[in-house]
Design a protein around this ligand. Structure first.
Ligand SMILES: *[C@@H]1O[C@H](CO)[C@@H](O)[C@H](O)[C@H]1NC(C)=O
Ligand SMILES: *[C@@H]1O[C@H](CO)[C@@H](O)[C@H](O)[C@H]1NC(C)=O
Ligand SMILES: *[C@@H]1O[C@H](CO)[C@@H](O)[C@H](O)[C@H]1NC(C)=O
Ligand SMILES: *[C@@H]1O[C@H](CO)[C@@H](O)[C@H](O)[C@H]1NC(C)=O
Length: 615
């Protein structure tokens, strides 16, 4: 624990006395004094403290270990420039000494104690996404934003799958930054009991993991996950030792002692470690090479099991998706889906991570659900259907399921669906808001936009900031439309787009697709379809399904083939139902027999007792 020396205290007191002059931009943190600078956004003054260290540089002997608090420094540290980026394939300038936070403090209401939001960037745990500047959000929403770096790639997620190198250092970095925020935010005029964590994509997954970590109980109040959550498929590896063993061999570190091997990795240069880590193929159960793991401490069990355990700290949780999540990381993937065969092989190359035991049945089901229309004709726009498939499977279904689970537990839950295609978008015209594009509406538009897009941006910021401040996106600042709290009966959500009216409040997002991914596929995956059943079902006359307005708006994709799927699943389900009814009958009979037996025994006991009493 860092101790605040008297010098800091005196300085802190002085800086308070000197009020709003320059001295006020000197803050007392648990590690020492920092000096920030003032900027303005839309007439609101925003103090910025950039490159504030929240942990000791994780270098040398601290590489591949959990972060430790930063030691104290003397004098005033300038917090006027971003800290270095962590090493990854996206950046050319980086440093392993990268555990820094940027703090943005709006001065709209100088005496108000503000709520704070810790921002966790995305990038698939492999790299940091394009830097987003949260100044606009802080100024518009009147909340302090703490934007953090965390270790990605091999530096954040190397794991031997045992105690030698348990993994998840990147998630522990995020946690250390949240702890730092709790310990320090009061010095910036923030409320340590009003901390929200927000991330999107891998950041949303990270928030999902932080939500499940028992270590975090009592640490923060609210959470926001954009686009992805803890159960988003493909973001955990069960076989980290495959990649770690491969890398250890590449670097000539192999011995018969794992601790020595990890120690050897700590002496490799940053450049070599990154270069060889990028050459390491993913584990056989993954798409990415360096990923979070169930480490037994931070994540004591799989996210699925932790969620279903129902033992979760009760925090307000806002989450949601964009309407073209499947357009992610460039367009190459979906554009390859030009025939049913290429659609299927591309889909298979993604689905195998989640359905290793029943892959072909799931692939087959996916093919009929997405490649054909209701009359069994091949969809005229397979790339568009691929975007639907990839987005609905990976991002939307897992987020809706998560909202269902938290809402069922009685946690205060809200769901959004961002559907605005940016006016500057150059993507294919069947793409709405691509994965990641909503970020600019929340964290500052960097391009010319229309007036109604400017308004959408302000509205989005206001809803999110309200949630950070009150747990309710509708309060305290005025919003155009009341966003209803989520429940599992109607699944109400808010569609974020330009020109918001009450029409933007909707229910039951993509219902047949959610039924497919969250009910049908899990039952196929656990029960298994008798061979041939899917093929057979397609020759049956298709049933009509009522499509939701969202489906109709989703572009030129000509309907789905869910009807056939439902039919084949119905057969499985009826079989299961039949077996269940038989089991139930058996149970009732057993219970009856047991009850009879019990009555007899009771009678005997009574008799004996009577007998004893008499004697
Ligand atoms: C901090 O910035 C000030 C003003 O630019 C400069 O005079 C000072 O030398 C800097 N301090 C350190 C420790 O770099
Ligand atoms: C590992 O050893 C081989 C064989 O001696 C050598 O060619 C290679 O360059 C070494 N790799 C590294 C990263 O030092
Ligand atoms: C669920 O949400 C809908 C829409 O806001 C609302 O009308 C309904 O009363 C809610 N149901 C429950 C059980 O809270
Ligand atoms: C939003 O409203 C403005 C002004 O009424 C109108 O010009 C614009 O076309 C509308 N945009 C959409 C997408 O409906």
């Amino acid at each position: 624990m860092a101790r605040i020396s008297p010098v800091f205290l005196i300085f802190g007191i002085l800086s308070v006395i000197f009020g709003s002059c320059r001295a006020d931009l000197v803050k007392v943190t648990t590690s020492g004094l920092i000096r920030g600078f003032m900027s303005t956004y839309n007439g609101v003054e925003v103090e910025k403290y950039l490159g504030v260290p929240y942990a000791t540089p994780p270098t040398g002997p601290l590489r591949l270990r959990n972060p430790v608090p930063h030691p104290e420094w003397d004098g005033i540290r300038n917090a006027t420039a971003n800290g270095p980026d962590c090493p990854d394939a996206r950046h050319t300038v980086w440093d392993e000494d990268c555990l820094y936070a940027n703090v943005y403090v709006p001065r709209k209401t100088p005496d108000e104690i503000l709520s704070a939001m810790v921002y966790i960037h995305g990038g698939g745990f492999q790299h940091k996404t394009t830097t987003a500047d949260p100044t606009a959000f802080a100024a518009t929403g009147n909340v302090i934003v703490v934007a953090i770096n965390y270790r990605t790639n091999v530096f954040g997620f190397f794991s031997t799958g045992d105690d030698a190198a348990p993994g998840n250092y990147g998630l522990m970095d995020q946690r250390a930054a949240i702890v730092w925020t709790k310990d320090n935010i009061a010095a910036f005029g923030g409320n340590p009991h009003k901390i929200t964590i927000y991330g999107r994509s891998a950041g949303g997954e990270s928030v999902g993991f932080q939500q499940l970590a028992p270590l975090n109980n009592g640490l923060y109040l609210r959470a926001i996950s954009g686009s992805a959550v803890a159960i988003t498929p493909g973001i955990l590896t069960k076989r980290p030792s495959e990649t770690s063993t491969y890398l250890v061999e590449l670097l000539n570190c192999t011995t018969d002692n794992k601790l020595d091997e990890v120690e050897c990795l700590r002496s490799v240069s940053t450049r070599d470690l990154l270069t060889y880590a990028l050459q390491t193929p993913p584990a056989s159960d993954s798409i990415y090479t360096w990923l979070p793991v169930v480490d037994g401490t931070f994540l004591p069990d799989t996210p699925e099991n932790l969620l279903r355990s129902g033992v979760l700290e009760n925090r307000d949780y806002l989450m949601g998706n964009v309407n073209s999540e499947g357009s992610v990381a460039g367009s190459a993937t979906y554009q390859a889906a030009t025939s049913v065969e290429s659609f299927v092989s591309t889909a298979r190359s993604k689905l195998f991570t989640t359905f290793p035991d029943n892959l072909e049945n799931v692939v087959e089901a996916t093919k009929y659900a997405y490649c054909y229309d209701i009359n069994n004709n091949v969809s005229p726009n397979l790339p568009a259907r691929y975007v639907d498939f990839y987005g609905e499977w990976r991002f939307v279904a897992s987020t809706v399921l998560t909202a269902d689970i938290y809402a069922k537990l009685g946690h205060n839950t809200y769901f959004f669906y961002f559907t605005h295609r940016p006016s500057y978008s150059t993507r294919d015209d069947f793409i709405g808001c691509a994965h990641g594009e909503e970020k600019f509406f929340l964290f500052g538009l960097t391009r010319d936009v229309t007036d109604d897009e400017m308004e959408l941006s302000t509205n989005t910021m206001t809803y999110f900031a309200n949630f950070v401040r009150s747990g309710n996106p509708n309060l305290p600042d005025p919003v155009p439309v009341e966003w209803p709290r989520y429940n599992t009966t109607d699944r109400p959500y808010l569609e974020l787009d330009v020109n918001m009216t009450s029409q933007n409040v909707k229910t039951n997002l993509l219902p047949s697709q959610m039924f497919f991914w969250n009910e049908v596929i899990p039952s196929i995956n656990s029960v298994g379809i008798p061979s041939g059943m899917v093929e057979e079902s397609t020759s049956l006359a298709p049933l009509r399904t009522t499509s939701s307005p969202e489906e109709a708006e989703d572009g030129p994709s000509a309907g789905t083939n869910f009807a056939e799927l439902l039919r084949s699943t119905q057969i499985v389900m009826y079989t299961m139902l039949g077996v269940s009814i038989l089991l139930l009958l058996l149970l009732i009979i057993l219970a009856f027999v047991y009850q009879q037996g019990l009555t007899k025994v009771n009678k005997n006991i009574e008799k004996t007792m009577d007998h004893n009493a008499m004697s």
